[in-house]
Write a new protein. Sequence first.
Length: 311
Amino acid sequence: MLPEEVTNMKSNPPRVREDVTRNHIPCNLCGSQENHPYCPENGLGLVECDNCGLVFVSPRPDAHELYALYGETYFHNDESGVVGYTNYIKDEPNIRQTFNGRLNWLERYIERGKLLDVGCAVGFFISEAQKRGWQVQGMDVSGFAVEYASDKFGLDVRHGSLETLDYPEGAYDLVTMWDVIEHVPDPRLYIQKAVSLLRTGGVISLATPDVDSLPAKLTGKRWVGFKLSEEHVYYFSARTLSKMLEDSGCEIINVRHVGKFVTMRLFLNRLGMYSPIIAGALGLLERAFKLSEKSLYINPYDIVAVTARKK
């Protein structure tokens, strides 16, 4: 499919079949079987570990069913507040601008070298990194995304997960995971594998919704970070994500909340989930001055980025 066709198509949101088996699982951080419901009013089946506080979905489908979610409609559908994106490819300029800011920040901690982006989607991040002189590779569980990144940008990307793909250990200076770790069925294994791919002194950086953030606490079940229970299966805080990285042989070097460049239309759409009156009033200005595609940087302080160095 041509990029223009992807941009213009309309799609129903992806879903995991209702008849699949869902299994209860232990805590991925500490192994405890003891937990209690977390924000049950949102209906997502979340639990919180009684021992370490990690929040996750249990019971849930197996990895095969979870990964089947990430087809073409994941990147373009009409219910992005529930699952996936409204139009990921059309939003390319904003996504690239966001990623350039993250590269500016990461290059304070590591010199340009070999970079592996885990969950690279259609390749916007590694495309920007390549322009800056990084030697880049990417991987994603979405066959659609990998094909797009390869065909459109000629990038070195592979289809699969860290559990199935074979990369050389100790070969990379930087491994990144942007909005990935909350999706994977075994985040501890993912992080351990990613760290094994780094050289000593190499850097790993992850960004994920922060379930312990003030916006999450204030908005409760309406928090925008809550997604379809087959998409976001883990909800980390700065503390639980840092602990998982430290347990995998890393030293934390930075923890911060990060934002993104978005269109005014998307910003008002998300604001409407919290305050329809304010969003409606601003929407009048948006339409009057034709600002729907105007780009702005928004940081609600509910996405945590943790950067660590391999010991």
